[in-house]
Structures are given as C-alpha cells and as structure tokens.
Design a protein around this ligand. Structure first.
Ligand SMILES: *Cc1c(COP(=O)(O)O)cnc(C)c1O
Length: 384
C-alpha cells in the first residue's frame, strides 16, 4: 500500500469493461475514435494506453504532441486525431507523429498548408465547421464569407482533408438533434466544394461525443469521438459504464472540540455543538480547491462526512462527530466508492458548480496515480 498522503487509483478492469461496451455499441457502424486527451482525462496514458492499444482501436483522440509521442512510443500505429486547433509551432512539430489536425478556420488552414509545403508532405486534416453554434472555432458555412473561405481553403496545397467535424456545446438531446441536422447539410455543402477542387480522400463526417452518440443515434454519422464513457463518467447510460477513478487519502489527526470554536482559515465555520474533527492531508495544492470548503463531502468508514473548513494548501478538516471510532490512518475517499457509500460525479458537480471533469482531470495529473484491478497485474502491462 502506498504511503502517499493522497492518491488516485485507476481501475483498469473498469476501463476494459467500458471499452468493450463502447466497441459493442459503435464498432462496425462508425469509425471509433477513443479520446485520450488531457492525459486520458487525468487517468494517465501511461496506465491505460497499453489497455486501449491492445484492443486495436482505429483512432485515438489527443490534445498535445506529448500525448502523441507517448502513444507512438507505446506502439500505437493507428490514426491520431488532435481534438482542438493546434498552434503553428505544435503543428509543425506534430508532423513527426503523423497527427491528423483539427482545422479551426481559414487563417489556421493557411498555416497548416504552409507547414505541409515546407515539410514536403501533406498533412491529414479535419475541417471544423460551426454547425452547432459552439462558436469557438470552425468556419461558419452559413455566411457567404464562410463559404468563400471554404472554397479558398479547398485549393490550398498540402492539405489532405479526411474529415469534416463539429462539436456540441450542450448535452441536450434536442439541441444535439438540431445541430446534427444542420451539420449534415453543411457537411454536404463542404464536401461538394472540396470535391470540386479535387479532394480525393474519404471524408468522414463527425460530431458525436459519448453523450450524443449514446442518446441521439443519428449523430453517429461516419466517426464517433468517445471519451467520457471510457472513464465511466457519462450521464447518457450511467449504469452501463463503470467509473474508473477513485481518489483516496487517510485521516491524520482526530480531536474533540467545544461548541462555539471556529474552524480553519478565515474562521468560516463555527461549531454548533461539541464536535469530533479529523484532519485529512489534502488541500488546494492538490487540486482540492478552497471553493469546495463547506460544500464537499468525503467518505469515511462508509459514511459521508462534510468538509467544513476552507481547505489549506495541504490539509482539510472533516466533521466526524457522527462517524464513530475515527482514528488516524482510516481510509478516506474523496471521489468514488467506499463500502456502500459513493461520492459521485454528480456530488462533485454540486460541490464545485462545474462538471466533475473540471476537478478530476487536474487531480489525476497532480496526484500520484496507481493502476488497480486484475488488468493492472497482467505481465504485459506491468512493464513501466
Ligand atoms: C473531449 C472531446 C470529445 C469527447 O467527448 P466526451 O463527452 O468525453 O465523450 C469529443 N470531441 C471533441 C472535439 C472533444 O474535445
């Protein structure tokens, strides 16, 4: 057992299970892109990359060149798609790993074209269009200027257009249905413009994420980009997918205090009764934000205990008055299951007022990570 004060466990059996469910759902109908960006949503490409690669996935979704390098070093020879627009500097370096680039607009396309021309090889690209109205990048094909840009883009040298893509701003089925319909129309326009200019590669239309793909079948089109379901964090079909991440710590000190005392920095909490408080060595320096103070709950001895103070850099205080027999060294779960209890993504969302991934993608990258589950003990995966 680790002696770290707080750590992340990644259940590789859950990852394998989820991947199998994803393949069962999508494979054979749409090309499957499994999304491993942000170091596999904080779960660690080092830990689950080998599990995913072993399943012969056609395409992996990444964000950074570092992730591309890591996956190539692990032996992945399939397609890599970058799920955001790259800076020119990244894109230039990315040619080395044969990354398919997400093209976010006409100026971005000219940059890609220049890099391709200078490097003497074409760059495979996916053209982002703003059909869903996320309006963060992507050409707006509905504007005359956008259509003109599309024509100009289609004649740029060095770009091998493999896909037309868009991304949904909302996990709402009606919104997704409307966005998909508009995307299908605009993708048809874009494809015919590209063909007129001589594009020959297969052009895949793609917009579906985990939620869209699982709840609105017509959004699947030619390719689906699945992240959240792999990690067991989707509201689309929550019983089917198992959460892979658990965040754990242990109690350090335990003490009794009298009603009327204030607790922690800024004296934000006042004890209303005589209380038993436990310190847990996790704080904002570990990604457990001060804003969670007074809002989050943890599990101890299978019961919920509230975080009552404003967390310090490496310490927070829980009220364990109603949890009997708490002692230094007791297990604490900040995210995940303990006994019959569970801190869910929804609980984190309530405490943090943002989606759970807003917290755990950082936790996974700040804290020490360990693989658990029988898949973690298989020899081929133990070589690290
Ligand atoms: C992260 C991301 C996805 C994956 O979405 P999930 O909801 O995690 O399945 C798909 N497409 C793009 C462009 C993304 O950035």
């Amino acid at each position: 057992m680790t002696t770290e004060p707080v750590w992340v466990e990644v259940d590789l059996d859950a990852i394998e299970h989820n991947l199998q469910e994803i393949q069962r759902e999508f494979a054979g109908r749409s090309t499957l892109c499994i999304v491993l960006k942000a170091d596999a949503y904080g779960h660690g490409i080092d830990l689950l990359g080998p599990v995913v690669i072993a399943k012969n996935i056609e395409m992996l979704g990444i964000s950074s060149n570092r992730e591309a390098a890591q996956l190539r070093a692990l032996g992945f020879t399939g397609r890599l798609l970058r799920l955001r627009s790259a800076q020119p500097q990244e894109m230039q370096a990315g040619v080395h790993w044969n990354i398919e680039e997400w093209i976010g607009g006409f100026p971005h396309a000219t940059t890609a074209s220049a890099i391709a021309t200078a490097s003497g090889r074409s760059i495979p690209v996916h053209l982002s269009v703003n059909s869903t109205g996320i309006t963060r990048e992507g050409i707006d094909v509905s504007r005359p200027a956008g259509l003109a840009e599309l024509r100009a883009l289609a004649s740029l040298p060095g770009l091998d257009v493999r896909g037309i893509a868009t991304h949904f701003p909302l996990e709402d089925q009606q919104d997704i249905r409307a966005g998909t319909a508009r995307f299908v129309d605009e993708a048809e326009t874009a494809t015919s413009v590209l063909r007129e200019q001589g594009a020959t590669s297969r052009i895949d239309r793609h917009c579906a994420t985990s939620y869209a793909g699982l709840t609105v079948p017509e959004s699947r089109l030619d390719l689906v980009r699945i992240g959240a379901a792999l990690y067991g964090d989707t509201t689309a079909d929550p019983k089917r997918f198992r959460r892979a991440m658990t965040v754990r710590s242990r109690v350090a000190a335990v003490n009794g205090y009298s009603a009327g005392e204030t607790v922690g920095y800024e004296r934000t909490h006042v004890l209303e009764r005589d209380s038993v408080l436990a310190s847990v060595p996790v704080g904002y320096g570990d990604g457990f934000h001060r804003s969670l103070g007074g809002r989050a709950q943890v599990l101890i001895r299978g019961k919920r205990a509230p975080v009552i103070d404003l967390p310090g850099m490496n310490c927070l205080i829980i009220d364990v008055t109603e949890v009997h027999g708490v002692f230094p060294g007791d297990d604490v779960v900040l995210y995940g299951r303990q006994g019959g209890g569970e801190v869910t993504s929804h609980d984190l969302e309530l405490a943090n007022t943002q989606i759970a991934a807003d917290l755990y993608t950082a936790w996974g990258r700040i804290l020490p990570r360990f693989a658990v589950g029988s898949a973690a003990r298989r020899p081929a995966l133990a070589v690290r």
